[in-house]
Write a protein that binds this ligand. Structure first.
Ligand code: HMG
Ligand code: MG
Length: 309
């Protein structure tokens, strides 16, 4: 019988990936309340925002404000995305605990997302990595389009593994293998993760799975079977990438928690509080969470529905 990890680390990306694609600007105080609620639920690692061009991603333009106004908890790592030195300077000024650098296994996606090739993204990383090391700032690297590209290019497990290996060699503590458009299925996920695990330690691999085709939980199970227990997820299943046509939300944190709890895998996060947080942000956005678990537990937890406003 397969043995699974007994603990898992959730990296909550709702305040960044979750909201970056929203058309209406979300007020800073709502983002701050969202972050507070996530932390109160027991989240210990979260993306608070992104120091990227406000012309490219207007929704993240208030990241400086967010970082200034956060009511921080000692045990929590507040991360931000930084594509270049300008972003890194923002991260340092904002006292971020860690940063996420991002590249892709797809050349076309990288061009659309950060306006450079995969090789050029590594050239851009170099000064950021030097500065991060000098400042003792831990960093993760995300590899987008690891299970498929929105532009129809073939992405092979070997390609993903090669980008992950290069990224890990920079000194990243973790490589986040991302299914940007949620197209992966479990056997492919296993093949990609096995290829990556041939190049870098299993402990340094996390998965970041958008749930566009409803495959994310099955793919997380494939990751757990390989001993990979670091999962990015987004409360209420919010999310999407403005530069990945067709990409919908990340796997919902509450769906992941329900599955892990059922498997006896501890995350330290309170499922009821996460479900309440999902309905809080969904209430603000005026639409129900996409999460099946949030919907199933709404009545049990007597949660008022204000999502139709
Ligand atoms: P560029 O045009 O090549 O860069 O963009 P540039 O250096 O020529 O700068 C252009 C303008 O942006 C200048 O301003 C810079 O000052 C400004 P202007 O002179 O035109 O007024 N700028 C910045 N402003 C604020 N913060 C910065 C910054 N850098 C430059 N850090 C750049 C290159 C990377 C900046 C741009 O392409 C960009 O910001 N892209 C946004 C990418 C992004 O945020 N995508 C979504 C997040 S990634 C994601 O969702 C995937 C993930 O979830 C995993 C997955 O699911 O796959 C992580
Ligand atoms: Mg994403």
């Amino acid at each position: 019988m397969t043995s699974f990890p007994t603990i898992a680390r959730i990296f909550e990306v709702g305040a960044r990936d979750g909201l970056q694609n929203e058309k209406e600007q979300i007020p800073t105080n709502i983002k701050l309340e969202l972050i507070d609620r996530l932390v109160d639920a027991g989240v210990t690692a979260l993306e608070a925002g992104a120091f990227v061009s406000p012309k490219w991603v207007p929704q993240m333009a208030d990241t400086k404000d967010i970082m200034e106004k956060l009511s921080r908890k000692e045990a929590v790592s507040y991360a931000v995305l930084t594509p270049n030195m300008k972003g890194f300077d923002g991260a340092v000024a904002g006292n971020a605990d860690e940063i996420l650098l991002f590249t892709a296994a797809s050349e076309q996606f990288n061009q659309k997302n950060i306006n450079c090739s995969i090789d050029e993204s590594f050239e851009r990383f170099a000064p950021v990595v030097d500065a991060a090391k000098a400042a003792n700032m831990p960093f993760r690297v995300s590899v987008s389009c690891s299970l498929g590209s929105p532009f129809g290019e073939e992405i092979t497990p070997a390609q993903v593994a090669s980008v992950a290996k290069r990224a890990y060699a920079l000194g990243a503590y973790e490589i986040s293998i991302a299914d940007t458009i949620g197209v992966g299925t479990p056997v492919l996920t296993r093949q990609v993760l096995e290829a990556v695990a041939n190049e870098i330690p299993v402990d340094a691999i996390s998965v970041h799975l958008h749930d566009t085709y409803g495959q994310a939980l099955a793919n997380i199970l494939a990751a757990l079977e390989l001993g990979i227990n670091k999962i990015d997820s987004s409360v209420a299943g919010l999310g999407g990438c403005p530069y990945a046509p067709g990409a919908t939300g990340n796997v919902a944190t509450e769906d992941v928690l329900y599955m892990l709890e059922g498997m006896g895998i501890d995350t330290g996060i309170d499922l009821e509080k996460m479900v309440r947080t999902a309905w809080f942000i969904s209430g603000f956005l005026g639409r129900p969470p996409v999460s099946s678990v949030a919907k199933a537990l709404k009545n049990k937890f007597n949660i008022d529905d204000s999502t139709s406003c």
